[in-house]
Design a protein around this ligand. Structure first.
Ligand SMILES: Cc1cc2nc3c(=O)[nH]c(=O)nc-3n(C[C@H](O)[C@H](O)[C@H](O)COP(=O)(O)OP(=O)(O)OC[C@H]3O[C@@H](n4cnc5c(N)ncnc54)[C@H](O)[C@@H]3O)c2cc1C
Length: 455
């Protein structure tokens, strides 16, 4: 029997996962990516000095499942290095507070973390206590019903202290989706916080031992090829041609010289960022199907990342760091956290710079200087003694999908109304939104749509 051909468009973790699963299940798969590197939102490449540049700071959470199953199948799970279960907040003037979790059944694992915290007053903590019930025990329906509100509205409605909004939840929502609490849906914040509260290992954080290109993307890609699949880079999907029943007839790609290349398969998976998907959705689909009308309404968030190489050790911390002051809500000293990025004991920071709505229009030098001056305040004893050896800024004007208040209803199942198409990506429905785990879950589900049909 000839194998059915599937084209998977998009070489991020959603596309890579879908392509591998299909190839493993007897399909003839071609993965097509527009760039010359795979990995999408967590891709990495070497600069002229041989240093790895990454698109953004990435960590694994203990709550993840399917990405770990994938890594175990590929024998690369030991490349995740787990850190102490503590969330450290760094503030201006060198002030610090942390939440250290202990090994007790949930939610007892949190009690010492909350009660021992010296930064918030008893009143602040009690105000949060009232909200813990709906966060912890809220059903899916409850979380869903809060989607029309921003997290800031929800927080104030429950009378939780504003200090907790500014110092604890602001860096959290910025770290989660690069958005401040007034621009993000309450649903996603409650859902993620609920997961972290309910499982005592869920918020434990792991770092990859080195570059995602070498330690995650390449092993998946190599496995696809080993199983007989094909990977084509440097082709950008520019148009979808359809049949009279709206199914896909051909895909038209552009190569590096803008030459058109037409490809055809039995089935198709699009694993594209939402703004790229919107550019290629045929008009007829948008006119006819709610599925595509909703997708057309989802927006994307701008993201800026700064990597800084210093001539001295500044942080001394081997873990993720949060900061509610300035524009570095979440960052890490990769020289300490990431085995293969250590540099003779000198700091090598990676900062998520957010919110990036205005900052993205500044020059790389302006962004570097702004973050450098903020770092001086956060590490007032060590940073003034250090100098910048090198900096690299990566700007992505349209990155993860924007979980704006009221937008969750536009997310869709992976199975589309088009007979030979399924979709993968954070905006397709699964529990982990736009994250590595969300990408892998969506890729597995998009592939399963076709695998189940063939059974
Ligand atoms: C700065 C940053 C930090 C993050 N931190 C974390 C974290 O700590 N933990 C976590 O779990 N998640 C994190 N995420 C989220 C995570 O990176 C994403 O959710 C995940 O990588 C998305 O994978 P994807 O395959 O769905 O999409 P993408 O990675 O966007 O992949 C889509 C692919 O499609 C390609 N493409 C686009 N248009 C076309 C076209 N027309 N033709 C062909 N190919 C095309 C793109 O080049 C890309 O390779 C972070 C994201 C960012 C931006």
């Amino acid at each position: 029997m000839t194998k059915e051909k599937v084209i998977v468009v998009g070489g991020g973790f959603a596309g890579l996962t879908a392509a591998r699963k299909l190839q493993k299940n007897g399909f003839n798969t071609e993965l097509i990516e527009k760039r010359d590197v795979l990995g999408g939102k967590w891709s990495a490449w070497k600069d002229e000095d041989g240093d790895w540049i990454e698109t953004g700071l990435h960590v694994f959470f203990g709550a993840y499942e399917e990405i770990f199953e994938l890594m175990k199948e590929l024998n690369i799970y030991d490349r995740v290095h787990w850190k102490d279960h503590v969330l450290t907040y760094t503030l201006n003037d060198g002030e610090r507070f942390d939440f250290r979790t202990i090994n007790l059944p949930s939610p007892l694992h949190l009690l010492p973390a909350v009660f021992k915290n010296h930064y918030f007053s008893l009143l602040d903590k009690l105000s949060l206590g009232k909200a813990l019930f709906p966060m912890l025990f809220g059903s899916e329906e409850y979380y869903q019903s809060q989607d029309d509100f921003s997290y800031q509205q929800w927080h104030r409605r429950f009378g939780i202290a504003d200090k907790m909004l500014k110092k604890m939840f602001l860096p959290m929502t910025l770290a989660l989706k690069f958005l401040p609490p007034e621009k993000i849906s309450a649903k996603i914040v409650l859902d993620v916080t609920g997961t972290f509260l309910r499982q005592n290992y869920a918020s434990k954080i792991g770092f990859l031992k080195g570059s995602p290109d070498q330690h995650l993307t390449m092993p998946i890609a190599t496995d696809i090829l080993k199983k007989g699949g094909t990977i084509t880079k440097g082709l950008k999907l520019s148009r979808v041609e359809i049949n009279s029943d709206d199914s896909i007839k051909n895909l038209v790609f552009l190569d590096e010289n803008d030459r058109e290349i037409v490809k055809q398969a039995d089935k198709y998976i699009f694993a594209l960022p939402i703004h790229n998907l919107q550019k290629v959705m045929p008009k007829a689909w948008i006119e006819k199907y709610n599925y595509f009308q909703g997708l057309n309404k989802i927006e994307s968030v701008p993201v800026v990342t700064l990597q800084l190489w210093l001539d001295k050790q500044v942080s001394g911390v081997d873990n993720i760091l949060f900061c509610p002051d300035g524009h570095i809500p979440v960052y890490a000293d990769l020289a300490n956290t990431t085995e293969e990025y250590s540099s003779d004991g000198k700091s090598r920071f990676q900062f998520c710079v957010a919110p990036a709505f205005d900052l993205i229009n500044k020059t790389d030098e302006e962004i570097t200087q702004q973050i450098w001056s903020e770092l001086q305040k956060v590490f007032p004893k060590t940073a003034p003694k250090a100098n910048i050896k090198k900096s690299r800024v990566v700007k992505v004007p349209k990155s993860v999908y924007w979980p704006a208040p009221g937008s969750d209803k536009y997310r869709v199942p992976q199975k589309s109304p088009i007979g030979n198409l399924s979709l993968a990506g954070g905006y397709t429905i699964q529990k982990f939104y736009d994250s590595m785990e969300g990408a892998v879950q969506s890729g597995n589900r998009a592939a399963a749509v076709f695998i189940e049909w063939n059974l």
